[in-house]
Design a protein around this ligand. Structure first.
Ligand SMILES: N[C@@H](CCC(=O)N[C@@H](CS)C(=O)NCC(=O)O)C(=O)O
Length: 253
């Protein structure tokens, strides 16, 4: 994938997406899946962790990726406002349910997956812990400090992950019984895409040919832990179904 620098991306127009270049960034790959399904094109802009922190800070007032910038509109920095922006830029196919009950359910589950102290956040803490903690290397130390690593948070996050995987498994099993392959109703929503991408990267990662990853990242997400035992096979069947039907492997970043 070709990337603009932060400076070039800031000056460009149209839709620009700042991504952690060279790794499958969890949130970045999720919004890329949304763009893929909707056929939204964008210019990729490279965030290179500590190296571009100052430039990204000056442009967006924060230092994480992804960031979506469309012309001179306000900058979108969270998964939630990037998802709404995508739905507004390209309404079809709809990925946010129109029915309020489905929408509340979808956003509740999505928040637990992608929000603060949600699944992806917690798996980052697990991976830091399993790789030897913040002192193991400077990247882990940077991420630990930035994203609230502490022993008590790691302990709490194991419980949250076990609960989330049980809830998502249960939901898919109920949906199967009702004749649906999807988490909500009987069609694809953003939740299917986020769950597929995040589970593919952050639990039992797909093989290197499908998702190339730096060795340390793969190691951190491949370790077994009791909190992962509540994930039933249905989660991974769903992941494979959504990749086959809607997305492309290998991931390109
Ligand atoms: N706030 C973001 C989550 C962003 C996030 O945690 N990004 C991480 C992983 S993709 C990141 O930028 N890591 C590298 C860094 O912090 O420098 C959202 O809601 O989408």
């Amino acid at each position: 994938m070709d990337y603009l620098s932060i400076e070039e991306g800031r000056k460009a127009d149209g839709l620009r997406l700042v991504l952690v270049a060279g790794t499958p960034g969890a949130w970045g790959e999720c919004i890329k899946a949304v763009y893929k399904v909707k056929g939204i094109s964008y210019k990729a802009v490279a965030q290179l962790m500590e190296k571009t922190v100052d430039d990204l800070w000056q442009w967006t007032g924060q230092t994480s990726a992804p960031v979506a910038a469309y012309n001179d509109e306000r900058i979108r920095v969270t998964w939630e406002n990037m998802l709404w922006q995508a739905e507004q830029l390209e309404p079809e196919p709809k990925l946010i349910p129109a029915n309020v009950h489905d929408r509340v359910l979808m956003f509740g589950m999505l928040r637990e997956l992608a929000g603060e102290c949600g699944f992806a956040w917690d798996r980052r803490l697990h991976s830091i812990a399993m790789s030897g903690g913040p002192e193991a290397n400077p990247v882990l130390s940077y991420l630990a400090e930035k994203y609230g690593y502490s022993e008590s948070e790691v302990e709490a996050s194991y419980l949250r992950t076990a609960d989330l995987l049980a809830l998502f498994s249960e939901r898919l099993e109920q949906q199967h019984k009702a004749g649906s392959r999807y988490y909500i109703g009987d069609s694809l929503t953003a939740l299917d895409l986020y769950a597929t991408v995040l589970f593919a990267i952050m639990i039992k990662p797909l093989p290197h040919e499908d998702i190339p990853m730096p060795e340390g990242m793969r190691w951190g997400f491949s370790q077994s832990h009791p909190c992962l035992e509540t994930a039933s096979p249905v989660l991974f069947e769903h992941r494979d179904y959504i990749f086959d039907k809607y997305l492309t492997l290998p991931l390109d970043f």
